[in-house]
Write a protein that binds this ligand. Structure first.
Ligand code: NAD
Length: 519
């Protein structure tokens, strides 16, 4: 009997003991930087391929690890290995599959700071953000283990039919291509792997090029629990080669993808095309980008709204799919909210996150991201008024730092107000009134997260009904969805609304078999 699910507690880094423990974990991870990592196919390590480096965005010359540049051949081998392993893994009792997740969760909890420290170094997460990422990974394992036990045999929910014995069983699909992004590099891959495996599927896992070291730690955690060979195969290399081949392979049964709109659409189209030898219609579970709108009306508490907006706009440097990227302020409260937002944004401490727990904003993930964000800053200069930030920050080590940046009076149809920036840039948009603000908020092709700050019950209810997003927050910040508490996934071009961390999520990795026996 399992205790009920409860979210993992976060670390209080104001405590000296917690700081010391985290510094020790950083030193431990430092000691193994620069090693080479293989591909893992059918339980066997494959060495000797050309390599690419994953590097620390605070000091790009520091290699975190060297990873195999996989290609289409290893992808084919991995899918074939996963297909063979599926024949036995699918028959493994769900209680046994769930126990792998629970043991992995226990081990990750023991080594929590080590996982977080790797994220600090590999993607530049501030300590509290990395700690929350690891806690979410543990939550996914604990939550999906419990959900798998709940859903697998749903026969009891059927209506009685006299003279017949009825069964409704949620059985696995087959081989899954698991393709996560780099921005929640522990939580998202762990959740995607845990959900696919616990429901009886086998997987080929290809992490993002920016975060393979933390992905390796997550995969290793599963292998260390004694997962049979071929159940979880690990490939690294360019997404457009390795990931593309995994998606297109005729033995792939489903794709579990989280990432950008562009790649998500490409995968959607590829999975729809039936390949020679393919015997099923592939399922595509796609979670994509966002263009959050935080709407503040004239009845809201301006300071509280500003605090929520700044936390969600600049947390992890704005590199969250849920990040506040548009503050839509009703004219009557515009000036008060803007001045509070700018004051808070200016006071954020930017620096290399490994240097101190007090750093609130680290670097953006790589040179390409930095160039893209700076291009959006140029658009902001043309289309609106620069209120703070607006520059890259030079450091001796050449880290990818950008000031927290706020633009005022951005027109609702500016590219800055329509496209996902994925960086520390907030577009402030002026609305005539609440109704106009809601119209602006809904006027993007994305539909992931949104927030309304208002003291009026009727407006909160209007937003509950008409604010068209998968995750709506009323009078609170729009980031920090918790497993089991705020099931997470978006509408429209934000994806297939798969609601990770929610009670329906695991069904996506199964197919229902209805069995009727005449008695
Ligand atoms: P990305 O789309 O560039 O890459 C995501 C993954 O896809 C990577 O592993 C990459 O290697 C792989 N890939 C790239 N091209 C591919 C191809 N042709 N075929 C198969 N795989 C391919 O995204 P990213 O930069 O890693 O992540 C940031 C994006 O993720 C943002 O748009 C963000 O909003 C989104 N995101 C969404 C959610 C959500 O829950 N909706 C959560 C986190 C991030």
């Amino acid at each position: 009997m399992l205790p009920p699910f409860a979210n993992e507690a976060l670390t209080d880094f104001s405590q000296p003991a917690a700081q010391a423990a985290f510094e020790a974990a950083l030193a431990q991870v430092h000691a193994r930087l620069g090693r080479s990592y293989p591909l893992v196919i059918d339980g066997r390590e494959i060495h000797g391929l050309p390599e690419f480096a994953s590097s620390n965005p605070s000091q790009p010359a520091q290699a975190i690890g060297h990873f195999a540049q996989g290609g289409a051949d290893p992808a084919d081998q991995a899918v074939a290995a996963a297909a063979r392993a599926f024949e036995t893994w699918k028959r493994t009792p769900v209680s046994e599959r769930a126990s792998y997740l629970l043991r992995a969760a226990a081990e990750m909890r023991r080594r929590k700071h080590e996982f977080s420290a790797m994220m600090v170094l590999e993607v530049g997460k501030p300590w509290n953000e990395a700690d929350a990422d690891t806690a979410e990974a543990i939550d996914f394992l604990e939550y999906y283990a419990r959900q798998a036990l709940r859903i697998t045999d749903s026969s009891a929910q059927l209506t009685h039919s006299p003279g017949e014995a009825l069964g409704l069983y949620y059985i696995p699909l087959g081989v899954g291509a698991v393709i996560p992004p780099w921005n929640f590099p522990c939580a998202i891959p762990t959740g995607m792997l845990g959900s696919a495996l616990v429901t009886g599927n086998t997987v080929v896992f290809k992490p993002a090029e920016q975060s393979p070291a933390i992905a390796w730690m997550a995969a290793e955690l599963f292998w260390q629990q004694g997962l049979p060979p071929g159940v979880l195969n690990f490939l690294t290399g360019p997404g457009e080669v390795v990931g593309a081949r995994m998606v297109e392979h005729p033995l792939t049964r489903f794709v579990s993808f989280t990432g950008s709109r562009e790649v998500g659409i490409h995968i959607y189209e590829t999975t729809a095309r039936v390949q020679p030898g393919q015997r099923w219609l592939k399922r595509a579970i796609l979670e994509m980008g966002g263009k959050e709108g935080s709407l503040v009306d004239e009845t809201a508490d301006a300071d509280e709204a500003a605090a929520g907006i700044v936390t969600s706009a600049f947390g992890f440097q704005g590199q969250k799919c849920s990040a506040a990227s548009r503050a839509i302020l009703v004219d009557a409260i515009y000036d008060r909210v803007v001045s509070a937002v700018v004051e808070r944004a200016r006071s954020l401490r930017v620096g290399a996150p490994e240097s101190s727990h007090s750093v609130q904003m680290g670097p953006v993930v790589d040179a390409e991201a930095m160039q893209r964000i700076l291009r959006y800053i140029e658009i902001g200069r043309q289309d609106g008024v620069l209120l703070c930030g607006g520059h890259a920050i030079e450091t001796p080590e050449g880290g990818y730092f950008i000031e927290p940046t706020v633009f005022g009076d951005i027109p609702p149809n500016s590219r800055l107000a329509q496209e996902e920036v994925f960086g520390p840039v907030l577009a402030v948009i002026r609305a005539r009134d609440f109704e106009h603000g809601l119209e602006i908020a809904n006027n993007t092709e994305y539909g992931l997260t949104g927030a309304l700050y208002s003291a009026r019950r009727d407006r909160l209810e209007t937003a509950r009904r008409d604010f068209h997003v998968g995750n709506l927050y009323l009078n609170r910040k729009c980031t920090g969805a918790m497993v089991g508490v705020n099931p997470f996934g978006g509408f429209d071009m934000s994806g297939t609304d798969s609601k990770a961390g929610g009670p329906d999520y695991l069904l996506l990795f199964t197919q229902a078999k209805s069995v009727t026996e005449r008695l």
